[in-house]
Design a protein around this ligand. Structure first.
Ligand SMILES: [Zn+2]
Ligand SMILES: [Zn+2]
Length: 331
């Protein structure tokens, strides 16, 4: 299957009036760029079919363990000894099933291909085999809905839910790889969970899918569940990757939290906004839909009487930034 890979752009073509960037012009290099590199595809059923065998699993595991120790390849004999194979003839047969898709022959023996490395790391980390639950742990941040002093985080089948014990409202529920669950203590786990999703969101906001690296498209819209009167409907940003189906829904505020104007605004006021967890970035934030045609959402925050307002277009571009003292602004 081939797909034409297009640049991420506004989903609905509604361009804000004052765009900040002009289209790129390639003047220094006249060579045409090839957007569709050669793609060879193995049938997924064939690729995954050869993995269902303990000798082959052990071989992949041995190769990734060797990589972790600094050896990019293993000799046939070392690889044979690392598996439960009974004899070298039988082992040769299993190794042939893995080459060339997961393992490739090198001068010194055998090494992992890209696909082999991805699978072997996932095996090591338990990504496809482990399911982690954990009892509620206290989160030292207030509930963004009712102001309750502490939230709770709970793990169920590799999903983490951050909830409020007082009002019962979930602030977010997101997946977290089992390897991450196992490797951190409770406090470290929550920090890692926050960072993990912050960077995924940031990558999506940069137009790159965190799962497959294909273009991710951002579109500002109302939340699905919002069907009340217009003035109570809240905006959100939808990120979608057409290639792998990865999708993410987020408040607009979270998607612009790492904009340079936001980072510097907080820095100027002696604060680091990147320290704010995703489940509560601060009660000082506001969102308001200014216009639907074209889309414009005003996202604002206020510290020490100063207001920072970002005007966000349909494709998540921050079109205008304003800093004003509170008395001069109607926040
Ligand atoms: Zn609450
Ligand atoms: Zn993707």
């Amino acid at each position: 299957m081939t797909e034409s890979e297009s640049e991420t752009q506004s989903a609905d073509g509604n361009e804000p009036q004052a765009t900040t960037e002009s289209p790129p012009e390639s003047t220094e290099d006249e060579r045409p760029w090839t957007p569709a590199p050669e793609e060879n595809r193995t049938d997924p059923a064939d690729a995954f079919g050869v993995l269902g065998n303990e000798v082959r699993m052990a071989a992949l595991r041995a190769l990734v363990d060797a990589e972790a120790e600094g050896d990019d390849s293993l000799a046939f004999s070392d690889l044979f000894e690392a598996t439960p194979a009974g004899d070298t003839a039988g082992f040769s047969y299993h190794l042939r099933q893995l080459t060339d898709h997961f393992v490739r022959k090198t001068e010194g023996g055998y090494a992992l291909t890209y696909a082999g490395r991805e699978i072997a790391r996932a095996i090591r980390a338990g990504t496809y085999t482990d399911s982690v639950d954990f009892d509620p742990i206290a989160v030292d941040d207030p509930c963004p809905f009712c102001g309750e002093e502490r939230l709770e985080a709970r793990g169920e089948d590799n999903y983490v839910a951050v909830e409020c014990g007082a009002c019962g409202r979930p602030t977010l529920t997101l997946p977290f790889p089992p390897g991450g669950h196992r490797a951190h203590d409770p406090e470290g786990l929550l920090t890692a969970f926050d960072r993990h999703h912050r960077h995924r969101l940031s990558l999506m906001a940069d137009g790159v899918c965190p799962e497959c690296s294909a273009p991710a498209e951002a579109r500002v819209d109302y939340r699905d569940a919002d069907d009340g009167p217009d003035e109570t409907r809240r905006p959100q940003v939808r990120f979608d990757c057409e290639r792998c189906g990865c999708r993410l829904r987020s408040p607009v505020t979270l998607a612009v939290l790492e904009h340079p104007a936001v980072i510097s605004f907080y820095h100027d006021h002696g604060d680091d906004v990147r320290e704010r967890p995703l489940w509560n970035v601060g009660e000082e934030w506001r969102e308001r839909v200014v216009s639907e045609e074209p889309w414009c959402v005003r996202v604002s925050t206020k510290i020490d009487g100063e207001v920072l307002a970002l005007f966000v277009a349909a494709n998540l571009d921050v079109v205008t930034v304003r800093r004003t003292t509170a008395s001069a602004s109607a926040s």
